[in-house]
Design a protein around this ligand. Structure first.
Ligand SMILES: Nc1ncnc2c1ncn2[C@@H]1O[C@H](COP(=O)(O)OP(=O)(O)OP(=O)(O)O)[C@@H](O)[C@H]1O
Ligand SMILES: [Mg+2]
Length: 317
């Protein structure tokens, strides 16, 4: 039975004033089931980050959200004000970004920053929170955690900082982690460690994860389900197991084709597909991928295919 931790329907994100509004994320709908790992892939500018931010109440200033439904862990966030939303999300939603330095406070010891989360959201006492911080650092495999709790962020390596961020997210036992390119800034072996850590948290704690990444091979390996975004829309939804060999949308197939070898080259970033995606705020009338698509027909240039049975394309079903 479906038991989503996050449910979003018809989420659109736009910038500008009412008169000059440009919409960059268009009516995106998805759910994340408890314990599920959902990947989000797509070229740069396709709306992955804004979708993740829109769902986690972290939109940048000037961004406007529209949605028909937005429910997190049983709480309707659509009708809630900012305070109610942060009450519902605080401690239950952990967000991990590409650059942990921007999220960690450089002037405070790592352990204190971790403890704050547990004291505030988990209502833990100071000694409890400190013990919890050591425990979480140990769990993300930071060596000598009793010593490292007293370190400042700049005293840690990039990989350690990213793991400290994940440990901070785990302090309050979240139901969902949203990770946006969490390993892009790290070297390859550390990337693999961080991914292994996500998988372990998912398996042992049942934590649901939304993982945004350019790395298709990694996504297909770790994710139960994958959302493929193009020009601000979800154009395909496919299981992680089917991504490499049974994806149907010509765009998804092109993305996979752009990875030199999915089986052998697990760390490769995708290289580009010929042509460029349209500006998501100025989309052509039909399918946004029409100009680059090998299967394009006249209909594709006039009528936009909706996402139906997992794929938004007139030519495949
Ligand atoms: N603050 C902003 N103001 C105006 N437009 C924005 C803003 N942030 C993002 N956009 C636009 O919204 C679109 C989607 O951006 P988003 O950052 O979500 O893409 P992305 O898929 O995460 O790309 P990347 O892979 O490069 O991180 C892009 O066209 C981008 O130019
Ligand atoms: Mg992004």
């Amino acid at each position: 039975m479906s038991d989503p931790v996050l449910e979003v329907e018809s989420l659109s994100i736009s910038f500008g004033t009412t008169r000059h509004r440009s919409t960059v994320v268009h009516e995106v709908s998805f759910a994340v089931e408890r314990g599920e790992i959902v990947g989000v892939v797509g070229e740069s500018g396709s709306g992955k980050t804004l979708t993740a931010m829109g769902a986690s109440d972290l939109l940048p200033a000037g961004a406007h959200r529209d949605a028909a439904k937005w429910v997190f862990d049983g709480t309707d966030l659509l009708g809630a004000d900012h305070r109610q939303r942060s009450g519902a999300l605080g401690g239950k939603l952990a967000v991990v970004f590409q650059d942990p330095m921007s999220s960690l406070n450089p002037t405070r010891r790592v352990g204190n920053q971790l403890s704050d989360t547990a004291r505030f959201w988990g209502k833990q006492s100071k000694p409890q929170a400190r013990a919890n911080a050591v425990e979480q650092l140990r769990r993300v495999r930071i060596a000598a955690p009793e010593r490292r709790v007293s370190s400042y962020p700049h005293e840690l390596s990039g990989g350690m900082r990213q793991r400290a961020m994940i440990a901070m997210g785990m302090m309050s036992t979240p139901s969902l982690i949203i990770a946006d390119e969490p390993t892009t800034a790290l070297d390859v072996t550390v990337q693999a460690d961080v991914m292994e850590l996500f998988r372990e948290l998912n398996e042992t704690e049942g934590t649901a994860i939304v993982l945004v990444s350019h790395n298709i091979a990694l996504i297909s390996e770790i994710c139960h389900r994958v959302l493929v975004m193009y020009a601000g829309r979800i154009v395909e939804e496919v299981s992680g197991a089917d991504l490499a060999h049974s994806a149907r949308h010509p765009y998804t197939r092109a993305l996979i084709g752009s990875v030199p070898s999915l089986d052998s080259d697990l760390d490769s970033e995708l290289i580009s597909i010929p042509g460029t995606p349209p500006d998501p705020s100025r989309l052509p009338p039909g399918c946004s991928f029409a100009d680059r698509c090998p299967l394009v027909t006249d209909r594709c240039r006039t009528d936009r295919p909706e996402l139906a049975n997992g794929v938004a394309c007139w030519e495949v079903d």
